[in-house]
Design a protein around this ligand. Sequence first.
Ligand code: ATP
Length: 262
Amino acid sequence: ASISVPSKAPVKSVCWQDIGGLDSVIAELKEAIVWPLLYRDDFARLGIRPPRGVLLYGPPGTGKTMLARAAATEVSANFISVAIPDLVKGEVGESEKALAAIFEGAARSPSIVFLDEIEAIFGSREQSGEVGKKLITQLFLEMDNIPEDASVVILAATNAPHLMDSSILRSGRLDKKIHIPRPDFASRLDILTRATQHLSIDSASELLPCLAEIEMSGAEIKSLVRCACYSAIQRGTTVLDKQDFDAALATASTADHLAVDK
Ligand code: ATP
């Protein structure tokens, strides 16, 4: 099967303000990714070599993709997203060619290359066999060949950092690792507040802290709010209240068709 080079344009632009509960991660990411792209000359003058790439690791649905998209929005860079499992599924020769084309495209203008589920390249070495091995070699080649002064930054994401080979964390590749944790109470409340800021909710100031008590990821919170909106529509109103969130919680486990915008 031939592999198409992914589109450079973000489906929907994401900004830092959309992201809840990850203020310190955002600050770290700005320093690592945004500053070097925005203040390239200053970095060169001071002789500081910024990280070529950053590994975002943590549980599913905690905002890793969102963070990468928001970084691209801030620096007006192309966002080039690559699902590594799709590449691993490809044919020997085709997959490496697709990867090479992605990096060639990225080098033409400021770009953030987002390598999602990067562990697939290492984790399934036995299943992926020849393709996986060739892709690792190609990926390292591409990373190592990015010119020092190029405006290309690599962001990689994984839910399974233990499957990663340390060779990718070498200097000049993914130099920096940032942990994206599951949100705690304060973070869940922040995500809920941002996710509902354009909605009318009856007694929101009491309801939202109650909902934030429930252990949920950012993706689950977004899904919950979406389900609650459906419930309100079903009741013939656009003002949400507790019964909509109760209904959403009751159906949360079976409401895959209402899954969050990914
Ligand atoms: P995976 O590891 O499964 O790919 P991820 O960590 O990359 O997940 P995202 O794809 O960024 O997670 O998040 C999925 C959706 O969940 C986002 O589109 C967003 O709607 C919501 N979401 C997740 N985390 C947050 C957050 N911290 N703030 C606001 N929304 C969030």
